[in-house]
Design a protein around this ligand. Structure first.
Ligand code: MN
Length: 504
C-alpha cells in the first residue's frame, strides 16, 4: 500500500503567513530536516521525516500557527535524533526556531511514571518548563501524531503512552481551551485503554448518526428559513457529533440513558457578531421547543478556560434533541484551537484580548514578569494577554502576580530517571530524598546535583537533576533536620531518632 504524506507544498498552502520570508523559512526547514533525518524510519517502516515530522508541521499550519512554530514542527526531533547542534539549528534557521525546538526537546526528557502525586506536578512542570507557549503547542501536535500511530508499539508501551496522554496532555489541552485536539486525544487514548467500551460506544454513535443525520438536515433547513424570515442571513452552520470518549462519559453519568444525552448532536451556528448570537437564540426558541433549564450563556459568563458560546438544547419538530451552540467566528476558532487561535485569527475589532486566560499568569510567572522570552522579544500572544489583564477586575501588577504565584513557592527537581519531585523553594537534598521514600532518606550517604557531588545543605534549584547515594547500613543524622525544609523530612528524621533511642 502506498502511503500518502503531506508535502512541502501542502504545508505552504495551509500556512497563514504567506510572505516571502515565512515561506522561505519553511522551505529551509524542510530541506534541512529532510537532509539530517535521511534514512531514519519509524517503527511502521515509514520514512521518519515524511511521516512524523511533515504531519506534525502540517497540523500546526492547519491551526494557523506562525512560520517559526511550523518550522519547529518539522525539526522538533532534530536535536534528539540527529547530530545537529542547537547552534547549527540557529544558523540554518533562526534563533526563534532553535528556541522552540530546544524547548520541545527539553519537554521530551520528562518522564511520566503514573505516580498519582506526580501527575499534577508533571502537568504544571510541562507548562512551566515551556517558556514559550508555542513549545507546548508543538509538543501537543507531536503527541497527537504519535498517538495516531501508537499501534506499532508494544501493547505495554501503548498503554503507558495513552495513560500519560490522558493524564498530562489532555488536561493541558483543556486548560488551554484547545477543544479539538483535546477531543481527538481523548478518543485515541480511550481506544487504547478501553478497546471494548470504545467499540461499543462507537457503535451506538454510528447507529444514532445514521438514524438521525438526514432528518437533522431537514431540521436545519427549517431553522435557516426561520432565520431568513427574521432578517438574519450572514451565518453558517455546522453539525458536530460528540466524541466517543466524551459520549461514553456522559452516558455513564446518565446511567446509560441515551435519550438524556442532549448534546449528542450539536448544531453550531456561527455568526458575525455577539448581538446576532442573542437574536438567533430567540429565533431558535420560536422554531423549536427549548428544553427547560438547558440555556447556558457562556458569552456573559465564559468558562474558566475562556470558552464562549450560547448553548440551548431544543426538541426539533421531528423530536430530535439537539444542542444549539451559537457563537461568532472568533469564538468558534477559540473553542477549537484555544490559545493557538490567538496566533491566527484576528479581526479589525478583535475581542479575543479580553478572554481572561488566567492560567497564563499562573503558569508563566517569569514570562509575564519580564515580558521577554529567551529570544529577546515578547511574543505577540503574550503581549495581548498581559495587556488584556489590565482591563480585568482584580488586575494585579505583574510583580504582585508573580509573588503570589505558585511557582514562586514551589520548584520541580528530577530523579536520575526523570521522575518529577515537587518541593518548596529552599528545599535541599534531604527533603528530596525523603520525598522519594523514607528508606532512601534514612540511608542517604551522599548527593549529586546535576552530576556533581554536593553537600546535603545545598538548596536545590528548579530543574536540578538530583541523585541520592545510599549506604546499606546508613542511619539518619540528627543534624539533617536543620537542612530540611519540609515537615515530611523532619518528621521522618525525628521519628527515626526516637526509635533508635528506644531500642537502646
Ligand atoms: Mn516527535
Amino acid at each position: 500500500m502506498k502511503q500518502e504524506y503531506f508535502t512541502l507544498k501542502d504545508i505552504l498552502r495551509k500556512m497563514r503567513e504567506q510572505d516571502a520570508e515565512s515561506r522561505a523559512l519553511i522551505e529551509r526547514a524542510w530541506e534541512f530536516g529532510q537532509k539530517v533525518h535521511a534514512g531514519q524510519t519509524r517503527l511502521s517502516g515509514e520514512p521518519y521525516f515524511e511521516s512524523h515530522l511533515a504531519t506534525t508541521a502540517y497540523y500546526l499550519a492547519d491551526i494557523g500557527m506562525d512560520a517559526a512554530s511550523i518550522a519547529a514542527g518539522l525539526l522538533h526531533d532534530t536535536l534528539e535524533d540527529t547530530q545537529t547542534t542547537p547552534e547549527e539549528l540557529e544558523k540554518e534557521l533562526n534563533a526563534e526556531v532553535r528556541f522552540i525546538v530546544e524547548g520541545v526537546t527539553k519537554l521530551g526528557k520528562l518522564k511520566y511514571r503514573g505516580l498519582e502525586r506526580h501527575v499534577e506536578s508533571m502537568r504544571k512542570l510541562l507548562v512551566a518548563t515551556a517558556e514559550d507557549i508555542r513549545v507546548i503547542i508543538v509538543k501537543m501536535y507531536d503527541r497527537l501524531h504519535n498517538m495516531e500511530t501508537n499501534n506499532f508499539h508494544e501493547p505495554e508501551r501503548q498503554q503507558r503512552k495513552a495513560l500519560e496522554t490522558m493524564e498530562v496532555y489532555v488536561p493541558i489541552a483543556e486548560r488551554l481551551g484547545m477543544g479539538k485536539i483535546k477531543s481527538d486525544l481523548e478518543d485515541l487514548c480511550f481506544k487504547t485503554l478501553e478497546p471494548e467500551t470504545y467499540k461499543e460506544t462507537e457503535k451506538i454513535l454510528i447507529q444514532k448518526r445514521s438514524e438521525l443525520e438526514d432528518r437533522l438536515e431537514e431540521e436545519v433547513k427549517d431553522l435557516k428559513k426561520g432565520l431568513g424570515e427574521n432578517g438574519i442571513r450572514a451565518f453558517r452552520t455546522e453539525t458536530r457529533v460528540k466524541g466517543v470518549y466524551s459520549f461514553a462519559k456522559k452516558l455513564e453519568r446518565k446511567n446509560g440513558e441515551i435519550a438524556l444525552v442532549y448534546d449528542l448532536f450539536a448544531l453550531r451556528i456561527i455568526v458575525k457578531n455577539i448581538e446576532d448570537c442573542y437574536r438567533i437564540l430567540g429565533v431558535i426558541h420560536s422554531v423549536w421547543r427549548p428544553i427547560p433549564g438547558r440555556i447556558k450563556d457562556y458569552i456573559a459568563f465564559p468558562k474558566p478556560n475562556g470558552y464562549r458560546s450560547l448553548h440551548t438544547s431544543v426538541l426539533t419538530r421531528h423530536g430530535i434533541t439537539v444542542e444549539a451552540q451559537i457563537r461568532t467566528e472568533e469564538m468558534h476558532q477559540e473553542s477549537q484551537y484555544g490559545i493557538a487561535s490567538h496566533f491566527g485569527y484576528k479581526t479589525a475589532n478583535s475581542t479575543s484580548a479580553v478572554v481572561p486566560i488566567e492560567w497564563v499568569r499562573r503558569f508563566f510567572p517569569n514570562l509575564i514578569k519580564t515580558g521577554v522570552t529567551k529570544t529577546g522579544e515578547a511574543p505577540r500572544w503574550m503581549k495581548d494577554l498581559t495587556e488584556a489583564q489590565r482591563d480585568l477586575p482584580g488586575f494585579k501588577t505583574l510583580d504582585q502576580a508573580f509573588k503570589e504565584d505558585f511557582f514562586a513557592k514551589r520548584m520541580f527537581v528530577f530523579t536520575p530517571k526523570g521522575d518529577v519531585i515537587d518541593l518548596p523553594v529552599g528545599a535541599t537534598a534531604v527533603d528530596f530524598a525523603y520525598a522519594i521514600h523514607s528508606s532512601i532518606g534514612h540511608k542517604m550517604s551522599g548527593v549529586k546535583i546535576n552530576g556533581r557531588m554536593a553537600s546535603f545543605e545545598t538548596p536545590l534549584e528548579n530543574g536540578n537533576f538530583v541523585e541520592i547515594l545510599t549506604k546499606k547500613q546508613g542511619t539518619p543524622n540528627k543534624k539533617w533536620i536543620q537542612h530540611a525544609k519540609t515537615a515530611n523530612a523532619k518528621r521522618h528524621i525525628r521519628n527515626a531518632h526516637r526509635e533508635t533511642k528506644k531500642s537502646k
